[in-house]
Design a protein around this ligand. Structure first.
Ligand SMILES: NC(=O)C1=CN([C@@H]2O[C@H](COP(=O)(O)OP(=O)(O)OC[C@H]3O[C@@H](n4cnc5c(N)ncnc54)[C@H](OP(=O)(O)O)[C@@H]3O)[C@@H](O)[C@H]2O)C=CC1
Ligand SMILES: O=C(O)C1=N[C@H](C(=O)O)C[C@H](O)C1
Length: 269
């Protein structure tokens, strides 16, 4: 059995992760924490997740619970995530990172840290979204330069980062499919007299509204026809379940940075 520590256990994802850990046959809920000073500190994590009391009390900060688990599942905030990753590396604990909004520098540091611990990092833990990632790259490669590529994402009004990590990954993969780099061709806002669209650009637009869980559409628009690939999340359970699949998969894995493509064996597709 792998003992799981849930970072941000009182958050929207943290609570659903708690439920999915409870349902996973190879995982046990070992520890939970929130930021010191949070009103959730001292609460029973099981009760907070709607599982009923499980005796896992929410600790104040990662260090207060670090010996209570073998793998940390993190859906918090990018700066906090990096501080947890440094500690996980020091203590040789495995880690699953779902938090988005990590900068290029933070991702580079994570890659270096992963020499000391096994870590799965992915902007979307849903199995279906990882299939979408594959489809988008292949579709872009098949349709090529005659089709304009645009991405639209919609999320709830509490989301802090934009565009979503998933939309950025979709953009990167679409760009790779047509031999471009998103860093060179990504367009994130359009306003005013901006002139005609260039053939190479890939637009990524964000909607933030009410309680939308998460929706992503990639448009491939050609002359007289359009292909749209869409994923709609109706609950957070698929993300949380994916994170628990990743946590169990990490048991006994060598140090290194892995993605959900490794976990789901999609790397060569
Ligand atoms: N990869 C994936 O599949 C998915 C990724 N995400 C990503 O996960 C992240 C979290 O999303 P969501 O659950 O909606 O956000 P929430 O704000 O609901 O949850 C984050 C939790 O982390 C806590 N937290 C923040 N800083 C710390 C810290 N230093 N120590 C301990 N706890 C901390 C927050 O506390 P407080 O409220 O007090 O700040 C909060 O309880 C986002 O980056 C989101 O994009 C979301 C869904 C799926
Ligand atoms: O913040 C969210 O809610 C989500 N964030 C992830 C992202 O930024 O891609 C994944 C999912 O869409 C939900």
């Amino acid at each position: 059995m792998m003992r799981v520590i849930v970072a941000g256990a009182a958050g929207r994802m943290g609570r659903r992760v708690g439920v999915m850990v409870d349902r996973h046959p190879d995982l046990v809920y070992g520890g939970a924490f929130e930021v010191p000073g949070s009103p959730a500190v001292g609460s029973d994590a099981g009760e907070l997740a709607g599982l009923g009391r499980n005796g896992v009390l929410i600790g104040a900060g990662f260090e207060s619970v670090i010996e209570d688990g073998d793998v940390i599942i993190d859906f918090t905030f990018h700066e906090a995530t990096m501080s947890f990753a440094r500690l996980a590396a020091d203590h040789h604990k495995a880690m699953v990172i779902g938090t988005t909004g990590l900068s290029g520098d933070q991702l580079a540091e994570l890659a270096e840290l992963s020499a000391h611990f096994p870590c799965v990092q992915a902007p979307n833990m849903s199995v279906c979204v990882n299939v979408l990632f594959k489809l988008v790259k292949k579709t872009a490669a098949i349709l090529g330069n005659d089709f304009d590529i645009e991405i639209l994402e919609a999320h709830h009004n509490k989301k802090k980062d934009a565009p979503s990590g998933t939309a950025l990954k979709l953009g990167e993969l679409a760009a790779e499919g047509v031999g471009r780099r998103l860093a060179d061709v990504g367009v994130y806002e359009r306003s005013g007299i901006i002139g005609e669209r260039t053939s190479q650009e890939i637009g990524i637009q964000s909607i933030r509204a009410a309680d939308i869980v998460g929706e992503h559409t990639v448009f491939f628009a050609g002359p007289g026809e359009r292909l749209e690939l869409t994923h709609r999340a109706q609950t957070r359970d698929h993300f949380a379940r994916g994170a628990t699949i990743a946590a169990a998969w990490l048991a006994g894995k060598p140090n290194g940075l892995y993605s959900m493509f490794d976990v789901l064996d999609l790397q060569d597709l």
